[in-house]
Design a protein around this ligand. Structure first.
Ligand code: ADP
Ligand code: MG
Length: 291
């Protein structure tokens, strides 16, 4: 003879309601004590399953997004980076830019939080049910270059066209070859006014000619990227350096500015802004956005 609770457990198992099954005894005990209405009891029962499924779904979506690490806005110290306009960030956090298929470009030297903020935005997008995918520019060019050589570029391109938000990290750390540049241009053109891109770069727009090896393509890429976009220029110091400075591994700011010998903290060196490459109509935007 089985008890009603055992029969209930068997039914929950058959239906795959594992979260309810695991909490059944607690839920029944609580109900006996509090005597909720039938509707409230049912709601408690089902919302525990819904919550567990939501968390599982979110975890799966986060894994699919391929973040190198998960970071949120709550973990970002805006006090450390006063060059960031918090109002601008608040606006981006509304995720309107994704609904408008507009782009966000984070520019700045290493360690200032470009990747952190990009991931925080993408994480927020996933939380609100929008698809996001993260890749570095170097891996993107490698992956699509391989697909091109194997005659499956169109199919592979879909991976980067499907998500509402594509994060392309570290544009400019390594120059792209001709194929990489052409593919990058194709991707930006295909997403133009259709899906958002968040892009991070350590190079000011004026230097993009050197990333793509060709100032005409760089201009064409920038025209499409910047048409509907927000540029966040971060001018501060590396956050990684902050901890090393605290640990005494690098000299305090004043000493460094006075020309102290080179320290371990190579990523604290601000990039030199070079305006060698003429980028046509985008050159003025580039100047404005240089750091
Ligand atoms: P970037 O992409 O600009 O090189 P990252 O976003 O990778 O820099 O930041 C480097 C590390 O410092 C990461 O672990 C990041 O979470 C952390 N970080 C950067 N800026 C901040 C900040 N203002 N508050 C908290 N953590 C930060
Ligand atoms: Mg980064």
């Amino acid at each position: 003879m089985t008890t009603p609770v055992e029969r209930l457990q068997a039914a929950l198992e058959t239906l795959g309601l594992k979260a309810v099954e695991a909490r059944l005894e607690n839920l029944l005990e609580e109900a006996a004590k509090k005597e909720p209405s039938y509707a409230d009891f049912l709601q408690d029962l089902l919302s525990c399953e819904v919550e567990v499924r939501r968390t599982r779904y979110l975890r799966a979506r986060l894994q699919l997004a391929h973040f190198p690490f998960v970071k949120t806005f709550e973990q970002f110290d805006f006090g450390f980076q006063p060059s960031i306009d918090e109002r601008q960030i608040r606006e981006l956090r509304s995720l309107r830019f994704i609904h408008d298929a507009s782009n966000v470009i984070f520019l700045g030297p290493p360690g200032v939080g470009k990747t952190h903020l990009s991931i925080a935005l993408a994480e927020a997008a996933i939380r609100s049910g929008l698809g996001a995918y993260f890749i570095t520019a170097h891996d993107l060019a490698g992956d699509l270059g391989r697909a091109y050589r194997e005659g499956r570029l169109d199919r592979r391109m879909r991976v980067y066209l499907a998500p509402k938000l594509l994060v392309i990290d570290e544009v400019g750390y390594l120059p792209l070859d001709d194929l990489g540049t052409t593919i990058f241009f194709q991707l930006v053109s295909a997403r133009y006014e259709r899906g958002s891109i968040i892009l991070t770069s350590n190079k000011s727009y004026a230097d993009w000619g050197s990333i793509f090896g060709d100032s005409i393509i760089a201009t064409a890429i920038l025209d499409r990227l910047l048409h509907h976009s927000t540029t966040i220029n971060i001018r501060g110091e590396s956050y990684r350096l902050k901890d090393r400075r605290k640990a005494g591994l690098v000299p305090p700011r004043a000493q460094e500015a006075a020309g102290a010998p080179p320290s371990l903290a190579t990523d604290s060196v601000p990039p030199r802004t070079r305006h060698k490459t003429a980028l046509g109509s985008t050159a003025s935007a580039a100047k404005e956005a240089s750091f």
